[in-house]
Design a protein around this ligand. Structure first.
Ligand code: NAG
Ligand code: NAG
Ligand code: NAG
Ligand code: NAG
Ligand code: NAG
Ligand code: NAG
Ligand code: NAG
Ligand code: NAG
Ligand code: NAG
Ligand code: NAG
Ligand code: NAG
Ligand code: NAG
Ligand code: CU
Length: 627
C-alpha cells in the first residue's frame, strides 16, 4: 500500500513538474488600426494589437502551448502565420489564408492554439493578401535552457529590421499590379527600420556576451548587417542551432533569422555603429531621399560620441556576407538520402493578358482556390490523394508520408528571391552562384539551371533553414523529409511577389491530415468561413458533388497573345498616354486614375482618363525584370 501511495505521489509530482515545464502562454490580441511614426517622417495608420504598436514580442519556452485569441477589429480580413513553426498535427493553425484557413473577416474571432516543440528565433505575421507590410508583424522567441550555447552568454536581446512604407498596402497594391507597371517594379520603401525605430542605442556592458537575435520582418528588401570593429559568432539560423561560426557581416533576407553571440569590448570609451544597409540591387530605382544605410549604436558609454557609420564600401561588391550554406547544424543530421520525389520548378516573371506583371513557377501563377486547400483535404475523402482536386492554379503537389523530397528551384528571373517553405526547415544542398563577390555572375546572359550531372559536392551535414535566397538566374537545391502531414505553401517571401503568384502548395500525407489535423481544427475555423461567405467543403472549385470536376475553379489571367513582351506593353502604354496627354513620361508605377480597357484585342486598348495624371520618372529601368 505504501509503495502504491508513493507511486501515486511520484506520478503526481511528475505530472506537476511537466505542468510547470510546459505551460500555456495566452495572448488576447484585439487587432485595430493605430497611428505610428517610427521613422519620424510620416504618421500613418498601422495594425496595432491592444492599441499598441510596435506589436508585442511573443516569448515562450520550448514545449509550451501558445494560445492567441485574435479579435479582428480591422476593416479588412486578417490571419496570423507563426513563421517557422512546424504546426505538427495542427496544420489548421498555420494561418495562411485560403491554404489552411479562411481569412478572418472584420468582427470575427479566431483562436490559434498549438504546442511548440522547437526553439530559437521566429516571428509572426499576417498572412492574408498584403496585410503584414502595414505593421502586422513581430518577433516570436522560443527560449531553451538546453541550447548548446546556453552557458556561453550573459544576456539576450531581440532586434528586428524591416523596410517601411508610408502608404497603406491597399493603396500601393493596385498601382503595383497594374498595366502601368508591366515590368512588375516593386514598390520602393520610404525608410528602413531598426527594431521599429531609428537612431537607437543598444546599451551594453563591457566584457559581456550577448545572444543577439536578428530578424528581417520586412516585406521586400534584404539588409546587410555588421557592427564596426566587432566580429561575432553565428549560433542559430531560422531556429536551427549551428556550430559557432565566426562572422563579421550578415545578409538577412526578408523572413530570415540569425542568432549571434557578441562579446563586448573590455573598454567603455567608445560607442560603435551598428550598420544596416538595404540591398539596393533589389530596388528598381533609388529616390534621392531614401536613406539606404542606417546607423544605430552599440552603446558602451552614454556620454561618449555616437559616430555615424563610415561606409566606404560599394555594397554589392564589397560587403561579403557570411554564406549560410556553409553552416553546420549542431544536431549533426546528415545529408538525406537520394530523394523519393523531386520537384523541379522554374521561377519566371511574365505579363498576362491584362498587361499586369505576374510571377510563375513553371508557368503557373498561384491563384487562390475557392475553398482553403486544407479543407479540401478534410472533405475529399479518398480523393484527397488526387492532386487534381486542389485545382490547377494552386500548383499542388501531393507528397507521400515520409518521402525524401528534393526541390530544385531554377531562376529564370534576374532578381533574387527568398523562398520559404511552411511546416519544415530544409537542408541546403547547393546554390549557385554562392553568396559573395560572384553572386550576380549569372544575372547577365542566359539563366544557368541546375545540372544533376555537374554540381558541387553536397555538404555531408547540410545547413538547414526555412528561408533560402535564390540567386539571379541561378538555382538552389534543397531536401526535406515529408514527416509533417499538412498543406504547406512554398513561396517567395517578398510579399509583392507572393501577390503576383510566386507560390505553390505541397499536400503532404493527405490521409494523415484527415486524422490529427482535422480533430485539432475546431468548429470556430469553419464558423469564420461562414462569416466570410467562403465555402469550406469541396474541391478547389467548391464542388462537393464531383471532386474531379473543376469547372468554375479560379484561374490565372489568360496568356498574352504571342509576341507581346513587357517592353511592348510599355511602348504601347506610353504611346497611348502620350496620345492622350500629349506628353511623354516614364512611369514608375501607378497611374491610378486611368483605366486600361482590354477588349478582345490587346493591340487596340482604349483609355478613360478621369483627371490629368502626374507621372514620375525612374532612374534606370532595365529591359529585364530586375525583380
Ligand atoms: C478592441 O479595441 C477597440 C478599440 O479600442 C474597442 O472598441 C473594442 O471594444 C475592443 N474589442 C475587444 C473584443 O476587446
Ligand atoms: C487548446 O487546445 C487544447 C488541445 O486540443 C485544448 O485542450 C484547449 O482547450 C485549447 N485551448 C483553447 C483556449 O482553445
Ligand atoms: C519534437 O521534436 C523532436 C526533435 O526536435 C522530434 O523528434 C519529435 O518527433 C517532435 N515531436 C512532435 C510531436 O513534433
Ligand atoms: C526591440 O523591440 C521590442 C518591441 O518593442 C522590444 O520588446 C525589445 O526589447 C527591443 N529590443 C531591444 C534590444 O531594445
Ligand atoms: C572579463 O570577464 C571575465 C569573466 O567573465 C573576467 O575573467 C575578466 O577578468 C574580465 N576582464 C575585464 C578586463 O574586465
Ligand atoms: C577582455 O579581457 C580579457 C582578459 O581580461 C581577454 O581575455 C579578452 O580577450 C578581452 N576582450 C576583448 C574583447 O578584448
Ligand atoms: C549611406 O547613406 C548615405 C546617405 O544616404 C549615402 O550618401 C551613402 O552613399 C550610403 N552608403 C552606402 C554604402 O549605401
Ligand atoms: C573612413 O574609412 C576610410 C577607409 O577605411 C578611412 O580612410 C577614413 O579615415 C575613415 N573616415 C573616418 C571619418 O573615420
Ligand atoms: C527557363 O529557362 C530555361 C533555359 O534557360 C528554359 O529551358 C525553361 O523552359 C525556362 N522555364 C520556363 C518556365 O519558361
Ligand atoms: C509555358 O507556357 C508557354 C506558353 O503557353 C509555352 O510556350 C512554354 O512551353 C511553357 N513552358 C513550360 C516550362 O511549361
Ligand atoms: C560544370 O559546371 C561548371 C561550373 O558551372 C562549368 O564551368 C562546366 O563547364 C560544367 N561542365 C560540364 C561538363 O558541363
Ligand atoms: C511530427 O511528429 C511526428 C510524431 O508525431 C514525428 O515523427 C515527425 O518527425 C514530426 N515532424 C516534424 C517536422 O516535427
Ligand atoms: Cu521574389
Amino acid at each position: 500500500m505504501a509503495i502504491l501511495r508513493l507511486l501515486v505521489l511520484f506520478m503526481a509530482a511528475v505530472w506537476q513538474a511537466q505542468m510547470c515545464l510546459a505551460k500555456t502562454v495566452t495572448h488576447d490580441f484585439n487587432v485595430t488600426w493605430v497611428t505610428a511614426n517610427p521613422d519620424g517622417l510620416a504618421d500613418r495608420k498601422v495594425v496595432g494589437i491592444n492599441g499598441q504598436w510596435p506589436l508585442p514580442v511573443i516569448e515562450v519556452d520550448k514545449g509550451d502551448r501558445l494560445v492567441v485569441n485574435m479579435h479582428n477589429a480591422l476593416d479588412r480580413s486578417a490571419s496570423i502565420h507563426f513563421h517557422g513553426m512546424f504546426q505538427n498535427g495542427t496544420n489548421g493553425m498555420d494561418g495562411a489564408s485560403m491554404v489552411t484557413q479562411c481569412p478572418v473577416p472584420p468582427g470575427s474571432d479566431f483562436t490559434y492554439n498549438f504546442t511548440i516543440n522547437q526553439s530559437g528565433t521566429y516571428w509572426y505575421h499576417c498572412h492574408t493578401d498584403y496585410c503584414y507590410p502595414d505593421g502586422y508583424r513581430q518577433a516570436l522567441v522560443v527560449h531553451d535552457d538546453e541550447s548548446p550555447f546556453h552557458n556561453d552568454y550573459d544576456e539576450e536581446m531581440t532586434i528586428t529590421v524591416s523596410d517601411w512604407y508610408h502608404e497603406m498596402t491597399e493603396d500601393i497594391a493596385p498601382k503595383f499590379l497594374s498595366v502601368y507597371n508591366p515590368k512588375g517594379a516593386e514598390p520602393i520603401p520610404d525608410a528602413f527600420l531598426f527594431n521599429d525605430t531609428m537612431n537607437s542605442n543598444l546599451v551594453v556592458k563591457p566584457n559581456t556576451t550577448y545572444l543577439l537575435r536578428l530578424i528581417n520582418i520586412g516585406a521586400f528588401v534584404a539588409q546587410y548587417f555588421y557592427i564596426e570593429d566587432h566580429t561575432f559568432k553565428i549560433v542559430e539560423i531560422d531556429g536551427v542551432y549551428t556550430e559557432p561560426a565566426e562572422a563579421d557581416t550578415l545578409y538577412i533576407a526578408v523572413a530570415q533569422r540569425y542568432a549571434i553571440l557578441l562579446t563586448t569590448k573590455n573598454t567603455t570609451d567608445k560607442n560603435y555603429p551598428i550598420v544596416t544597409v538595404a540591398d539596393s540591387v533589389l530596388l528598381d530605382n533609388i529616390p534621392s531621399d531614401l536613406q539606404l544605410n542606417q546607423t544605430n549604436w552599440l552603446q558602451y558609454n552614454a556620454e561618449a560620441d555616437h559616430p555615424q557609420a563610415n561606409i566606404t564600401v560599394d555594397v554589392a561588391s564589397d560587403l561579403v556576407p557570411f554564406d549560410d550554406i556553409t553552416l553546420v547544424p549542431t544536431d549533426g543530421t546528415p545529408l538525406l538520402p537520394e530523394p523519393d520525389m523531386e520537384i523541379q520548378v522554374d521561377v519566371q516573371m511574365m505579363n498576362l493578358d491584362n498587361g499586369d506583371g505576374y510571377a510563375f513557377l513553371n508557368n503557373i501563377s498561384y491563384t487562390m482556390p475557392k475553398v482553403p486547400s486544407l479543407y479540401t483535404v478534410f472533405s475529399a475523402g479518398e480523393l484527397a490523394t488526387n492532386q487534381a482536386v486542389y485545382g490547377e492554379f494552386t500548383h499542388p503537389m501531393v507528397l507521400e508520408h515520409n518521402q525524401v523530397v528534393q526541390i530544385v528551384l531554377n531562376n529564370n528571373d534576374t532578381g533574387s528571391h527568398p523562398f520559404h517553405l511552411h511546416g519544415h526547415n530544409f537542408q541546403l544542398l547547393d546554390r549557385q552562384p554562392p553568396y559573395g563577390p560572384n553572386f550576380y555572375d549569372y544575372a547577365d546572359g542566359d539563366p544557368v539551371p541546375y545540372d544533376p550531372n555537374n554540381h558541387t559536392a553536397f555538404p555531408a551535414t547540410p545547413a538547414r533553414r526555412d528561408v533560402f535566397v535564390l540567386p539571379p538566374q541561378g538555382y538552389f537545391v534543397i531536401r526535406f523529409v515529408a514527416d509533417n502531414p499538412g498543406v504547406w505553401i512554398f513561396h517567395c517571401h517578398i510579399d509583392w511577389h507572393l501577390s503576383q503568384g510566386l507560390a505553390m502548395i505541397l499536400i503532404e500525407a493527405p490521409t494523415q491530415i484527415q486524422g490529427a489535423d482535422r480533430s485539432n481544427t475546431p468548429q470556430q475555423h469553419f464558423d469564420v468561413c461562414k462569416a466570410a461567405g467562403i465555402p469550406y467543403e469541396g474541391n478547389a472549385a467548391a464542388n462537393t458533388e464531383d471532386y474531379q470536376d473543376l469547372t468554375g475553379q479560379n484561374e490565372q489571367v489568360g496568356w498574352l497573345p504571342a509576341g507581346f513582351t513587357a517592353r511592348g506593353i510599355v511602348a504601347l502604354v506610353f504611346s497611348c498616354i502620350s496620345a492622350v496627354l500629349g506628353v511623354v513620361f516614364i512611369v514608375i508605377y501607378g497611374l491610378s486614375d486611368i483605366k486600361f480597357k482590354t477588349t478582345s484585342n490587346i493591340a487596340q486598348p482604349t483609355f478613360e482618363t478621369t483627371e490629368s495624371v502626374a507621372v514620375t520618372t525612374t532612374g534606370n529601368r532595365a529591359e529585364n525584370y530586375r525583380d
